[in-house]
Design a protein around this ligand. Structure first.
Ligand SMILES: [Zn+2]
Length: 235
């Protein structure tokens, strides 16, 4: 079996030393993935569309594309189009499983798809690019104003920092540590499901680690919170 696993150890060269250089933006092989409200612009095979950085439709971006790293095919970026409004109803966006597809007139053969639905079929590299781009763009979208003084902050370091021009505070992308656990009893495995999930979908229990908490303590707390079951040894 040669199944790609999303979030597996990375193949992307993040090239952090190039984040303050403009050479990546000027590279003729530079391409960007395009996101809209957290959804990915994908081709007919559900692969991320790779768009030139000077494509006119990127005028609906509010901020510059984020430099994600270098690949064998050139620098790769992620761009968000918050200013674009699709012609059709988009009321299902944000649901746990959003099956709606939006078509942008600039890319009539592509569509915006929910990332969760395509993640299992992406290559390891594409999966890493999509996960990184979506996480960073989501953070930018909800952190446009300085948490210290309330002024509008600016993108720096090709999207890996926001800086406040008023008070000088730097803000860095948020990363949330989580635990996911296999709770067993003999041959039985504990699974759960959310009320909004599709019929037949179950998951291992999982949750966020709290500040100062050990991973083992987070496992015990989350399992009790979600199932009422006290667990034994955590390893
Ligand atoms: Zn500030």
């Amino acid at each position: 079996m040669n199944q790609a696993i999303a979030f597996a150890p990375g193949e992307l060269d993040r090239a952090a030393h190039l984040r303050n250089a403009d050479t990546t933006f000027k590279d003729s092989r530079a391409r960007t993935m395009v996101f809209w409200r957290g959804k990915l612009l994908a081709d007919a095979d559900d692969r991320p569309m790779q768009v030139a950085l000077d494509h006119p439709a990127l005028g609906d971006a509010r901020e510059p594309a984020i430099f994600l790293g270098l690949t064998d095919n050139g620098p790769r970026f992620a761009a968000d189009l918050p200013l674009w409004t699709p012609p059709e109803d988009a009321s299902t966006i944000g649901q746990f499983v959003d099956q709606s597809l939006q078509v942008h007139p600039a890319w009539p053969t592509a569509k915006f798809v929910e990332v969760r639905s395509v993640m299992p079929t992406l290559s390891r590299l594409d999966g890493e690019l999509v996960a990184t781009g979506r996480a960073l763009l989501g953070w930018h979208g909800s952190h446009r104003f300085c948490a210290n003084c309330g002024s509008q902050s600016m993108v720096e370091s090709a999207g890996w920092v926001r800086k406040c021009p008023q008070c000088g505070t730097q803000h860095f992308p948020r990363t949330d540590p989580v635990v996911i656990m296999a709770i067993t009893s003999g041959d039985n495995l504990l699974l759960g499901r959310g009320p909004s999930w599709p019929e037949g979908m179950y998951s291992l229990l999982a949750g966020f680690v709290e500040p100062g908490e050990t991973i083992e303590a987070a496992v015990r707390r989350e399992v009790v919170e979600e199932s009422g079951i006290a667990v034994g040894t955590v390893r």
